[in-house]
Ligand binder design. Structure first.
Ligand code: ACO
Length: 309
């Protein structure tokens, strides 16, 4: 019977149909999805911090309203993704615990500080730009709830990317000081943004199996190339220089050549030693503790409702 179930699973994957929560799936497929979807959810939630810290310092009411809406969207993305992950048989409380105890990761990018207001624009342009490159193909991922969550998330991410680009465009039309602030921000975020796609394919332990299962649809290096190709003309239109002297159009390949980010720095950041790792988790833990009364109240209410039912 097990062989039959496996054959059925493999046929679904081969036909590019979707695996749904009640379908049989290999335990490793389930575990890989829990790992990726949880990491993705944690990234959305931790990702609220670097930009959230600018809400009270936004330069105008309009900028504040945009930023507030954006950060709230990220919270929503985290919630859809935690829900998608729960369909795989794990609870949100367990996932939160795995994050807070360092047993699950979140994206490396959110361990970098936001030093100037231009960083809000750069994060929208480059970080959300990278997120879109990575996530649009995930709308076709083989696991139904994950793919469906990605559709709405991608629509919101493209809005986020445009607001970032528009913010930077506005600053580039401003003073020399503002232009320098944009350039400095792009210099800091370019390499970490390229790291978001994960290690090079020949050093990525999970890519081959995740591609075979249709969880991932493209390799890390292919998506990184796509990001570079997409971003170069946008940088030109904006009037900023991307901090890579090797960046050059390669006629033969039909792509831009570019340098590799510093993979030792990446290893440090995902190993917990990036510039803000400790601060991010401490903040998340504090928020979790501060929210304890809400969870207790909700549980008490649910119990009372049940008693009266
Ligand atoms: N930050 C932190 N950890 C990373 C990163 C990164 N940028 N890239 C890779 N890793 C980790 C992997 O999770 C894996 O560790 P693990 O086995 O402990 O989980 C290890 O490095 C090796 O990497 P891969 O074998 O390449 O791992 P994988 O096949 O999972 O690919 C990737 C990584 C591309 C990030 C994939 O998981 C993915 O596409 N995830 C969904 C997108 C996502 O999480 N986006 C979040 C940031 S964007 C945003 O939210 C705005």
């Amino acid at each position: 019977a097990d062989d039959e179930l496996l054959a059925q699973f493999e046929q679904t994957i081969a036909h590019n149909d979707r695996i749904e929560p009640r379908d049989w799936m290999p335990e490793r497929y389930r575990r890989t999805l829990v790992r990726q979807v949880a990491q993705h959810a944690h990234s959305e939630i931790i990702g609220m911090q670097p930009e959230g810290s600018w809400i009270t310092r936004a330069p105008s009411l309009r900028r504040k309203a945009i930023l507030l809406a954006k950060v709230q969207d990220e919270a929503g993305h985290g919630l859809y993704l935690y829900s998608a992950c729960e369909t795989l048989g794990v609870s949100r409380a367990e996932l939160t615990d795995l994050l807070l105890t360092g047993r699950q990761k979140y994206s490396s990018i959110f361990n970098y500080p936001t030093l100037t207001y231009a960083d809000v624009g750069t994060i929208g342009w480059l970080v959300d730009g990278a997120a879109i490159c990575n996530q649009v193909p995930l709308c076709r991922t083989s696991y139904g709830p994950y793919g469906r969550a990605m559709i709405r998330i991608c629509k919101e991410e493209s809005f986020h990317q445009r607001q970032g680009y528009e913010l930077l465009m506005t600053m580039m039309r401003g003073t020399d000081e503002q232009r320098a602030m944009v350039q400095e921000s792009v210099d800091r975020f370019w390499w970490p943004a390229l790291m978001m796609f994960g290690p090079p394919d020949d050093q990525s332990p999970n890519t081959a199996q995740s591609m075979a299962w249709g969880i991932k649809r493209d390799t890390n290096d292919d998506l990184r190339q796509k990001m570079v190709d997409m971003t170069v003309p946008q940088a030109e239109a904006l009037g900023v220089t991307l901090p890579d002297p090797a960046l050059q159009w390669n006629e033969e390949r039909g792509h831009y050549d570019f340098s590799q980010p510093d993979w030792d720095e990446f290893a440090d950041v995902i190993g917990g030693n990036g510039p803000c790792n400790v601060q991010r988790i401490a903040h998340r833990r504090r928020a979790h503790d501060d929210g304890a009364w809400v969870r207790e109240a909700a549980t008490a209410f649910a119990e009372r409702e049940e008693e009266h039912a």
